[in-house]
Ligand binder design. Structure first.
Ligand code: NAD
Ligand code: UFG
Length: 343
């Protein structure tokens, strides 16, 4: 099949977990580029209202199947009713702490959904897949910035599901090299769509830094606990590679472009290549949004590392993608989303 620009954008992409945080931003960017989008999501960590918001932002239609990616009969129905050209597989559980206390839940959902999906893709001869992996597969990196070729290891069941799935996909490609697979290892996605219509909306008390900062700024939570200020970093607090979720979404569009052009199995870091400390993020958030964020320093969180940021050269050279949004954009858009959607 040849792909000129007219054909390209009529491709139909199945997005599993498309109602979730990264999925819904990616659906918007695909629709803006005239891809057709079909979503399957069981709404275990998202709300159906997101579908209307995606339609409002893009003025495009999107087909939604409410259901589980582990349900092979449902997948068959989706593939029968739609000629799917490629799949982006976001669906999965992602809370590190919960994965430690409920490992079976994580292994069952993350592995079963991927196996079921790949089996049905094979059945329908759809062999182009983008998979959501994570920087967590680098475990405790010996050096920085982190390159894709670094050794892999994990420190929790969530991370192990990602590492095992990467291995499954590598074996699948080895067995049949007509597959095209892009594994994307995300660093720390934050921010929200500039419309303020979609963003990160976790239930309960957030585990991650930015949603926690936002809830302290809006006075839903009293005080941010900063986990340690005695790391070997610029100010002693942990350093991470925060990436705007819209930049991340565009990384998926670039991955789809890659799949259209080449067969193979490719792995890329998606980050900005820059690290910011917890205090730098908090201070930027306060300044950009002109709000206060109470915080206190507490003990280190078990399992945390001092610094984590990406070498993004490979994604830049091979996907022709790089992040463009600043830490200020990320802070502004995260807050804007919550302010606009406050009940
Ligand atoms: P999210 O929880 O917001 O989105 C995941 C979506 O998948 C949700 O809408 C949920 O309802 C759905 N889902 C889960 N299991 C399902 C199943 N079996 N069948 C159908 N739908 C199912 O998470 P997110 O932040 O958008 O993350 C998307 C992917 O990226 C996940 O695989 C996650 O592990 C990975 N990832 C996320 C981060 C991050 O910090 N957000 C970092 C690295 C990797
Ligand atoms: N932090 C605090 N207080 C909080 C929450 C976090 O000080 O209430 C600190 C952490 O100690 C760390 C930084 O903020 O230094 C970022 O923590 P997050 O929990 O937001 O993110 P992590 O880097 O720990 O992990 C996230 C995802 C993982 C993913 C990883 C990829 O949760 O699933 O990014 O880099 F693998």
């Amino acid at each position: 099949m040849s792909y000129n620009n007219c054909e390209v954008n009529r491709l139909k992409i199945l997005v599993t977990g498309g109602c979730g945080y990264i999925g819904n931003h990616t659906c918007c960017e695909l629709l803006e580029r005239d891809y057709e989008v079909v979503i399957i999501d069981n709404l275990s960590n998202s709300k159906v209202e997101v579908i209307d918001k995606i339609k409002d932002i893009t003025s495009k239609d999107v087909r939604f199947y409410k259901g589980d990616v582990c349900d092979k009969e449902l997948l068959r129905k989706v593939f029968k009713e739609n000629k799917i050209d490629a799949v982006i597989h976001f669906a999965g559980y992602k809370a590190v702490g919960e994965s430690v206390s409920m490992p079976l839940k994580y292994y069952r959902n993350n592995l079963d959904s991927t196996l079921s999906l790949c089996e049905i893709m094979k059945e329908f001869n759809c062999k182009k897949l983008v998979f959501s992996s994570s920087a967590t597969v680098y475990g405790l990196p010996k050096e920085l910035p982190i390159k894709e070729s670094f050794p892999l290891s994990t420190t929790n069941p969530y991370g192990t599901t990602k590492l095992v799935i990467e291995g499954i996909l590598k074996d699948l490609y080895k067995s049949d090299n007509s597959w095209s697979i892009v594994i994307l290892r995300y660093f720390n996605p934050i921010g929200a769509h500039s419309s303020g219509l979609i963003g990160e909306d976790p239930n309960g008390i957030p585990n991650n830094l930015m949603p926690y900062i936002v809830k302290v700024a809006t006075k839903e939570l009293e005080c941010l606990s900063i986990f340690g200020n005695d790391y070997d970093t610029v100010d002693g607090t942990g350093v991470r590679d925060y990436i705007h979720v819209v930049d991340l979404a565009l990384g998926h569009v670039a991955a789809i472009d890659k799949l259209k052009k080449s067969n193979g199995l490719f792995t890329y870091n998606l980050g900005t290549g820059k690290g910011y400390s917890v205090l730098e993020l908090v201070n930027t958030f306060k300044e950009v949004n002109n709000v206060d964020v109470n915080y206190k320093i507490v003990d280190r969180r078990p399992g945390d590392i001092a610094k984590c940021y990406a070498d993004t050269t490979k994604a830049s050279n091979e996907l022709h993608w790089h992040a463009t949004k600043t830490i200020e954009d990320m802070c502004r858009d995260s807050y804007n989303f919550v302010i606009k959607n406050r009940k």
